[in-house]
Ligand binder design. Structure first.
Ligand SMILES: [Mn+2]
Length: 352
């Protein structure tokens, strides 16, 4: 077993056994004690709340989340039950040594401090394990006000680089919410991540969307979506430019999942975009084709929104329809939620 503890920790009585027990029962678990507080001026030991979980906002900075009253009530009958946590603090945990090696240890291209807790948390969950806080195990920790050492290039830069590496490897298209929350992160050089992407592929790790839905449903997904890249399809048929450009129609073609003519971007200003061309309404009238035109976000004919499964024109009650795609390409028709030929699914492009 490997136990990681920051140097500025003090273990309480019987801290180790409850951690070992959970990992012996299931070696895919990575477990953390409750982290009590050592006063940084006098090392006075104070117990921390047992009603906390590790989490983060879209800035990807670790924070403690309070459980809801309902969750706290539920725990009263069994206060020693392990607490599933979306994130661990990073400096205090126990993992089976062989398991730690299997799932890729640490990202050794991260520097000094920061971001590694995010990375290991995403990795453990997405690669078929789990993270728990074990209330029967308590370890005190000095929460410092500042780092007692310096960072090459400044702590902000190092933290941003490490965090960006974690986001690039594990968050798929959801990383765009991080870029929106921390715009400077977009310009941070993050080095080579190929070996980490290979690791993710080798371990057949789950998409970030799975993590959000199953591990951290409390994290609110911003409604104002930045832009999303991916394919738009009906069953196995994807919207395809068929190699057409300006003024060309678009059609359906069997999905090949490799982007190209089937790669579309839904932008926050309502464009449905392929390279520099956008889906454009030719007339607000049934059965008229939709064509490709140079994108112009001020052009109302190019404004669409994803209304459930409908690809709905923003200013008219017309929706993208495939009923006569063999003859005329994709057209518009009166929106009808029950129509199979108006039902579209958007699949985000994988990060690989
Ligand atoms: Mn620490």
């Amino acid at each position: 077993m490997l136990t990681f503890l920051d140097s500025h920790c003090e273990c309480n009585e019987g801290w180790l056994e409850p951690l070992l027990e959970r990992v012996v029962e299931d070696r895919t678990r990575v477990v953390s004690p409750i982290i009590d507080v050592l006063n940084m001026d006098n090392f006075h030991y104070a117990g921390a709340s047992a009603n906390l979980r590790g989490g983060f906002d879209w800035n990807l900075v670790f924070k403690w989340d309070y459980m809801t009253m309902a969750e706290i009530d539920k725990r009263r009958s069994n206060p020693i039950a392990p607490i599933r946590t979306p994130m661990i603090a990073g400096g205090l945990f126990l993992v089976e040594k062989k398991r730690f090696e299997e799932i890729g240890k640490y990202d050794i291209s991260m520097n000094v401090w920061g971001g590694e807790n995010l990375e290991i948390s995403f990795r453990v969950w997405q690669c078929h394990g789990s993270l728990e806080i074990i209330p029967c195990s308590r370890v005190g920790h000095v929460f410092r006000r500042q780092h007692p050492y310096t960072f090459p290039g400044g702590s902000g830069m190092v933290f941003a680089r490490n965090t960006r590496r974690a986001a690039e490897v594990w968050m798929d298209d959801y990383k765009s919410f991080y870029f929106a929350a921390v715009p400077s992160s977009k310009h941070v050089a993050y080095g080579d991540i190929r070996s980490r992407l290979l690791l993710r592929e080798k371990l057949k790790c789950r998409p970030f969307e799975w993590y959000l839905q199953n591990v951290y449903p409390q994290l609110k997904i911003p409604t104002k979506v930045a832009s999303k890249h991916g394919s738009i399809h009906q069953n196995d048929q994807c919207i395809d430019t068929l190699g057409h450009f300006e003024d060309g129609t678009i059609g359906l073609f069997t999905c090949h999942h490799s982007g190209g003519n089937q790669e579309w971007e839904l932008t926050k200003d309502y464009l449905v975009k392929h390279s520099g061309w956008c889906l454009t309404l030719t007339a607000a009238s049934s059965h008229y084709p939709v064509i490709l035109k140079i994108c112009d976000s001020s052009e109302e004919k190019q404004h669409w929104w994803l209304d459930g499964s409908l690809l709905h024109h923003k200013h008219h009650n017309f929706c993208l329809d495939s009923w006569q795609h063999h003859k005329h390409g994709l057209t518009v028709d009166q929106c009808d939620k029950s129509s199979d030929t108006q039902r579209w699914h958007f699949t985000l492009t994988a990060a690989t």
